[in-house]
Each structure stands twice: as structure tokens, then as C-alpha cells.
Design a binder for this molecule. Structure first.
Ligand code: NAD
Ligand code: UD2
Length: 312
């Protein structure tokens, strides 16, 4: 049994990670400012410290614990997870997304008298920006277009410092488009699957931005969290980063049709203007991920969508 801190643990991905850690018999505590996360996402009894991940004292306190028991590692997921929010509130999201990550690395280097503890953190496919070299391998050029993507790339650069200068083992995961139960269907900043699923299930129209032929690489959340726990079990030197993706493209139009079919509802689809700066094609190459961890993101899209619809 190990003890972990999960920053952003009250959020969508964090709550699935915690479910997996608890099922494995691990002990978990959470640091979250509840800006988008909710207590209800977690089972009773998980200690939640409400605080800002960019507040160095709060992160140190969360790592040392109210009972004085330190942690064996940190999963760092806290961030403002929205490209749109990073445009509206540039400096504020930068504090959470980059300063918050440095605060975590900095606390990790002193968290344990026995030595630095490992940090497994969330990066994003947004680091690739408009790179057209599909499918994107981790060696593809990074050209972020948003403050969100720039800060995630900054996290990866500081992870190299954490590892090389301070001896903090890290692994970064460039999530592509993640979906599944507990992704908030009501938030305008949420992912397309939760927005469409929620609206179709309520019998409301959906709006497709542009012609709907833009494609994404959708990852089911339960597939993703297996990599996070595997990486914690085997920390590697050199601050590695991994795509988390399937390599399979799905267009927004196709997604809408499959969701309508699975929910047994008619599809009321309207076309609106293309979203400014929307990426046309985003597909990852999962080779490095599969080679390193010996497992692929294998939940078929329709199965993942069924589980998402069942949760609504
Ligand atoms: P989420 O919004 O559900 O979870 C983020 C959590 O962080 C929330 O509980 C929120 O309250 C908390 N948080 C935000 N700012 C904070 C702060 N300053 N201090 C403390 N807590 C704070 O989003 P998610 O989809 O679960 O995202 C988790 C991680 O994965 C984020 O780092 C995000 O950038 C990354 N990511 C998500 C996707 C996706 O498709 N969902 C894609 C790429 C990367
Ligand atoms: C996702 C992540 C983002 C970042 C990025 C990496 C979410 C919410 N965002 O951004 O954090 O990691 O990937 O590249 O997961 N769409 C519609 N109608 C709607 C909503 C969306 O047509 O009502 C379209 C949208 O214009 C886009 C596609 O659906 O073409 C996916 O949009 P998204 O917001 O789910 O995700 P994305 O790829 O912009």
C-alpha cells in the first residue's frame, strides 16, 4: 500500500484516478480549489484540502499531511483545463497551470527526508498546436497556439529541470481528447462528447462548429488512468513524455451520429460558425506509450460512449 497526493482530484480525470488507486488499496489525499471539481465526484472519506496549487505553502502542507504522514508520490492534475478560459484569463490560468506545476515539483524535492518523490503530471496534445504531421509522435515539433498549450509545454520543460537539477522523477502525459462519466455536461468549457451527450439525452439541439469534418482522437478516461498508475510504479529518469491517444480519427459529425444512435434519440444538429483557432485534425501516434507500458487505449468508442450516456 502506498500513500499519494492527487492535485485536482475532485475533477473529472482525478476522480477516476482516485477510484483506481483506492481499488488497489492505496491511500489518497487531494488538493483542489473546487473551481471546477466537486466533492460529489469522490467517494466518502477521501480527505480533501481546499487550496490553490500555485500556493507553495498549501502544496507543501498537502504533501506533508495534517497527520504528519508524508506521501510516496504525487499525481498532478490540477489545472484550468480549458483553452477558452486561458484566452479569457491569461495570467490567472498561467498561475494555476505553470506556477502551480512548479510549486508541485518544488515541494516534491523536499517532501520526504529519504529523497524526492515522483510526480506524474498531465500535459496535453495542445503542445503540438497546428503541427500538421499526423499522426503526431512525441518527437513532432511543439508549436502551441494557446496560453493553455504554452503553459503545458512549460510544465514539460520544468519537469526536465525537476529531474535533471533537483532529482525529482517525473512523467508527463500528453492527453488527447479525454471523455467519460463525470465530465461536466453543463459547462460550456467541457469536451464535445459530454456537451453533445447531455444535449442529445435531454432532447436538445446540438451545435456543430464549422462543417463538422474536423477530427479528434478520443480517449476513454478509464483507459487513461491505467498509464498514470503504471508510471508511478516505475519512475524513469530523463523526464519522459508520452502521448495518450488511440491513433484513431473520429469526426465531430460522426460522433454526433453515433451518440444519437446509441441514445435512441433523433439528432437535431445545427451548424454554427467554425470556432476561431479550432484545430482541423488532431491524431496522436501511440507507439511510444504502447511500447513503454505494454497496453493500448483499447475501449472501443461506442463502449465508452455507452458508459458515458449511462452515467448522465
Ligand atoms: P477538471 O476541470 O475536471 O479537473 C481539474 C481539477 O483541478 C478540478 O477539480 C479543479 O477544481 C482543480 N483546479 C483547477 N485550478 C486549480 C488550482 N489553481 N488549485 C487547485 N485545484 C485546481 O479537468 P480534467 O479534464 O479532469 O483535467 C485534468 C488534467 O488533465 C488537467 O491538468 C488538464 O489540463 C489535463 N487535460 C485534460 C484533457 C481533457 O480532454 N479533459 C486534455 C488534455 C489535458
Ligand atoms: C481539447 C481539450 C483541451 C486540449 C486540446 C488538445 C477539452 C474540453 N479540451 O480541446 O484541453 O487538451 O484538446 O488539443 O477536452 N465542438 C462542436 N460543438 C460543441 C463543442 C465542440 O462542434 O458544442 C467541436 C470543436 O469545435 C472541436 C471539437 O468539437 O472541433 C472538439 O472540441 P473540444 O472543445 O471537445 O476539444 P478541443 O479539441 O478543442
Amino acid at each position: 500500500m502506498a500513500r499519494y497526493l492527487v492535485t485536482g482530484g475532485c475533477g473529472f480525470i482525478g476522480s477516476h484516478l482516485i477510484e483506481r488507486l483506492l481499488a488497489a488499496g492505496d491511500e489518497v489525499r487531494v488538493l483542489d480549489d473546487l473551481s471546477t471539481g466537486k466533492h460529489e465526484n469522490l467517494p466518502d472519506g477521501v480527505p480533501v484540502m481546499v487550496g490553490d496549487v500555485a500556493d507553495a505553502d498549501a502544496v507543501r502542507a498537502a504533501m506533508s499531511g495534517e497527520d504528519g504522514k508524508g506521501v510516496d508520490g504525487c499525481f498532478h492534475l490540477a489545472a484550468v483545463a480549458s483553452v477558452d478560459r486561458s484566452r479569457e484569463a491569461w495570467l490567472e490560468t498561467h498561475h494555476a497551470n505553470l506556477s502551480g506545476t512548479i510549486a508541485v515539483f518544488d515541494a516534491a524535492r523536499r517532501a520526504n527526508p529519504a529523497g524526492p518523490i515522483p510526480v506524474i503530471y498531465a500535459s496535453s496534445a495542445a503542445v503540438y498546436g497546428d503541427n500538421p504531421d499526423m499522426p503526431l509522435s512525441e518527437d513532432a515539433a511543439t508549436r502551441p497556439l494557446s496560453a493553455y498549450g504554452a503553459d503545458k509545454l512549460g510544465c514539460e520543460l520544468h519537469a526536465r529541470v525537476a529531474d535533471g537539477v533537483h532529482g525529482v522523477p517525473t512523467a508527463g502525459f500528453r492527453f488527447f481528447n479525454v471523455y467519460g462519466p463525470r465530465q461536466d455536461p453543463k459547462s460550456p468549457y467541457s469536451g464535445v462528447i459530454s456537451i453533445f451527450a447531455g444535449r442529445i439525452a435531454r432532447g436538445e439541439p446540438i451545435t456543430v462548429n464549422g462543417d463538422g469534418e474536423q477530427v479528434r482522437d478520443f480517449i476513454f478516461v478509464k483507459d487513461l488512468v491505467r498509464y498514470l498508475t503504471a508510471a508511478m510504479g516505475h519512475p524513469q529518469p530523463g523526464a519522459p513524455v508520452y502521448n495518450v491517444c488511440t491513433g484513431r480519427p473520429t469526426s465531430v459529425n460522426r460522433l454526433a451520429e453515433v451518440l444519437a444512435e446509441l441514445s435512441g434519440r433523433p439528432l437535431d444538429r445545427r451548424y454554427g460558425p467554425a470556432r476561431p483557432g479550432d484545430i482541423r485534425v488532431s491524431i496522436g501516434d501511440p507507439t511510444r506509450l504502447v511500447t513503454a507500458f505494454g497496453m493500448s487505449c483499447d475501449t472501443p468508442l461506442e463502449d465508452g460512449l455507452r458508459q458515458t450516456l449511462a452515467w448522465l
